[in-house]
Design a protein around this ligand. Structure first.
Ligand code: GLA
Length: 381
């Protein structure tokens, strides 16, 4: 009897202590992912920032406003860490109207939808036109301006920040309640891995991407960065940067990045597509097998020795050379961001796919799961 009583008491003590033990374990596991208040939005909502540090010392700071990567520190060829993304020192910089999507998660539809319209199941949807005649990056209040729910954890590959957001039926004109999850992992291999997933309760369109402006030198123009894009074709556009629907060969044009080439080598060429966009701001059609993860691009900067490789399950990539930056935005450390001081490699489905039946589909139906992955891998040479 006594022994049974003792046994029950011991079990009770252990069970009683379990919650405290599990909290202690959790705290220990998350010790390397500090969370701080970064600021408050104009309507008084808290915005937190999380610092992810991997086993090699690389660091990504990500905030709940827009899921924005505020800073990303990776080593140069001498092992010295440097911040290689454009952005601001405080929240106020990001919430201004002229913010060019620095470091943000983009949705519900990344890139452009022509004339702010598309049809699905015989119903025409109208979106806000926030880029001339067209809709850009999800409309007036895209996912880059949403406050995401965040949960930090330590995954087997490195520190993880899981962000989630419910985009309500009708938000910015899009149909269906879209429940979105984005998982950022700063792997111990010096990769920023982004897993996107989404579900809807009504047929809708989805095209999620990430909009960091990279500068592997940590400052100055990106014209000497060398870029390789694994694509034989791109989607030429009209003057509003809406694809014509054609897939044009890059061969023999300044759009050919199949061999690593300096950004500035041909950016000023008399080539209609470059004149229309005032530089590179186009979607490349990646050479790949369906939605398998493939090597999409490599960027190399010789003074720092930094290399960035981009891998993705997506069929396209928007290569944008910061053509619209004009020195009016004051960024980190009080620096005015001049034209071409950052470059974006936005993995995606092609722009205006909802109106281009020949392009890979961006339609998501109830019961289906949207799921894509992109990896930005950093190393040195
Ligand atoms: C994308 C677009 C560009 C520009 C930037 C943000 O890269 O393709 O035209 O709008 O976003 O300024």
């Amino acid at each position: 009897m006594m022994r049974i009583g003792k046994f029950i008491a011991t079990v009770a003590i252990i069970v009683g202590l379990l919650p405290a033990w599990s909290i202690a374990m959790k705290q220990r596991m998350n010790k390397s992912i500090p969370k701080e208040l970064f600021g408050k939005t104009a309507d008084g909502q808290d915005v937190n920032i999380y610092t992810l540090t991997n086993s090699k010392g690389a660091e990504a700071r990500i905030m709940t406003y827009g899921g924005i990567v505020v800073s990303l520190k990776v080593p140069d060829k001498n092992g010295k860490l440097g911040d290689i993304v454009l952005g601001h020192d405080d929240l106020a910089g990001y919430t201004k109207d002229n913010s060019p999507y620095f470091g943000a998660l983009i949705g519900r539809y990344g890139n452009r939808i022509g004339h702010g319209k598309f049809s699905l199941d015989g119903h025409e949807y109208t979106l806000p036109k926030n880029n001339g005649e067209n809709t850009l990056h999800g409309g007036n209040k895209g996912f880059d301006k949403a406050i995401w729910k965040a949960q930090e954890s330590n995954g087997k590959d490195g520190p993880v920040l899981t962000l989630s957001y419910l985009s309500k039926d009708g938000e910015e004109g899009f149909p269906g309640n879209l429940s979105v999850t984005v998982v950022y992992t700063l792997t111990n291999n010096n990769e920023l891995k982004i897993d996107y997933s989404a579900k809807t309760d009504k047929t809708t369109v989805v095209n999620l991407t990430h909009h960091s402006y990279f500068n592997l030198a940590g400052g100055g123009k990106i014209l000497d960065h060398e870029v390789m894009i694994n694509a034989d074709k791109f989607t030429p556009t009209d003057e509003g940067l809406i694809p014509t629907g054609d897939l044009a060969l890059v061969k023999g044009t300044p759009m050919d990045f199949t061999k690593s080439t300096k950004v500035g080598a041909r950016i000023g060429d008399e080539f209609k597509q470059l004149k229309l966009a005032n530089g590179y701001d186009h979607n490349w059609v990646l050479n790949k097998d369906k939605d398998k993860m493939t090597h999409a691009a490599t960027v190399y900067e010789s003074t720092s020795g930094r290399v960035m490789d981009v891998y993705t399950t997506e069929p396209g990539i928007q290569f944008y050379t910061g053509n619209f930056l004009d020195g009016t935005i004051i960024g980190k450390g009080g620096i005015a961001y001049q034209q071409r001081t950052g470059l974006c490699l936005e993995t995606q489905h092609y722009p205006d796919s909802p109106n281009k039946p020949s392009f890979p589909s961006t339609t998501l139906k109830p019961g289906q799961k949207y799921s894509t992955t992109t990896i930005y891998k950093f190393s040195t040479r």
